[in-house]
Design a protein around this ligand. Structure first.
Ligand code: UD1
Length: 373
């Protein structure tokens, strides 16, 4: 019997845990619990994902909510410790790079419970991003680093992580996308939002580096306004970004853009699949657009997902009006001449969840908790 305690907290975790839960439940002798930290709590940021992804009710919701990084991370640790003491799993499985990931990895590691990190090894090399700090620390703590792409293996080796702690499994987000693509199509979200059969852009922006400074956010909104003169722009908006637009008095700049509440997974996928282009600062969308073959402009100086640039449809663009306008013009001309020929990175095949589950229930092949070089 192998018991797994999966930790999720924020929106991008939910689509990563779903295929692992499904694959592990198909293996005999596996016991599983899902713990939600409550880092995200709005229905549109959490509940709707549980419904779309058919996730089970969590065993417990720690209800930590929003706060500064220190307070949020500390609260998660304090609330998670008694849950770990009660459930005593063989493995704590953490996902991605959010504050819930590093908080629970630290608690488990100090209690000598084995930690597996799904989506290990990604590096932007930009410590201005809180996620980069979460990634580095979680990988150092994890007994098993499960990587989505080969660059992850190389990054971990460079940081001194022993080869037996690294396992390439591929991309679990892609499992979810391929699993739910048919259901997403049935939703016909482009019809709902009046963009069916048209060229349109799909936009998401929520990173502090893009939305927390008035000047940067204004530049981005001006670029969206320019884009809106060429095609409809559909922008489901993260609560943080909505707050900032209001706080900075920038509502007018967004008047030609279709601002929506955050969308559920299926509705978003339905819209992204048919979009002519995506402009984003999300991690997940860089991957999803690569698999869907939709051109993606990422408004960031760097990416922890370089295979989406080298093999997929992604391109980095500065968060300025002129840079975005130039990149949009280039994408549209390439679309016109059919020069987008995206590839699919290794292991992005819909079976990554199975490989994660197999890695976790083959203890003989794995190091003991805390084993180091
Ligand atoms: C978190 C992740 C980020 C991920 C993003 C996806 C960290 C450090 N960051 O950022 O990597 O890309 O989730 O959405 O963990 N809020 C609500 N309702 C909610 C959740 C948040 O209104 O359900 C608002 C609150 O004002 C909150 C702000 O959003 O203060 C930020 O939330 P937080 O969880 O701190 O980080 P995100 O920006 O969502």
């Amino acid at each position: 019997m192998t018991s797994l305690l999966h930790v999720v907290g924020a929106r991008p975790n939910f689509m990563k845990v779903a295929p692992v839960l499904r694959a592990a439940s198909a293996l005999p002798g596996t016991r599983q619990w899902l713990v939600h930290t409550g880092q995200h709590y709005d229905a549109a940021m959490s509940d709707s994902f549980f419904a779309d992804l058919e996730l089970p009710e969590p065993e417990v919701n720690l209800g930590v909510g929003s706060a500064s990084h220190a307070v949020q991370t500390g609260r998660i640790m304090i609330e998670f410790e008694p849950v770990l003491d009660r459930l005593k799993p063989d493995w704590v499985v953490v996902y991605g790079d959010v504050n819930s990931t590093v908080a629970c990895a630290l608690v488990a590691s100090k209690k000598r419970v084995k930690v597996a990190h799904v989506e290990a090894g990604l590096r932007s090399r930009d410590r201005e991003m809180p996620e980069e700090i979460n990634r580095i620390l979680t990988d150092q703590l994890a007994d098993l680093c499960l990587t989505p792409s080969r660059d992850g293996d190389a990054n971990l080796a460079e940081e001194g992580i022993a080869p037996e702690r690294i396992r390439f499994v591929g991309n679990v987000m892609v499992d979810t996308l391929l699993h739910l693509r048919g259901r997403a199509r049935e939703l016909r979200a482009p019809e709902t939002y009046g963009v069916s059969g048209k060229h349109y852009a799909f936009v998401t922006l929520h990173r502090p580096s893009n939305v927390d400074q008035r000047e940067t956010l204004a530049e981005l909104l001006k670029a969206l306004d320019d884009l809106a003169s060429q095609m409809p722009v559909v922008f489901p908006i993260h609560p943080r970004t909505r707050q900032r637009i209001q706080e900075f008095g920038l509502n007018d700049l967004a008047r030609r853009v279709t601002l929506l509440e955050p969308l559920g997974y299926l509705e978003a996928l339905s819209l992204v699949e048919k979009a002519s282009l995506v402009l984003t600062d999300s991690g997940g969308l860089q991957e999803e657009t690569t698999v869907l073959g939709v051109p993606c402009l990422t408004a960031r100086a760097n990416t922890e997902r370089p295979v989406t640039v080298s093999e997929g449809t992604n391109r980095l663009v500065a968060s300025t009006r002129s840079a975005i306008n130039a990149a949009v013009a280039d994408v549209l001309s390439r679309l016109g001449n059919g020069s987008f020929r995206p590839g699919r990175p290794e292991g992005w095949d819909g079976r990554a969840g199975e490989r994660v589950a197999a890695a976790l229930v083959e203890p003989a092949a794995l190091p003991a908790a805390g084993a180091r070089r």
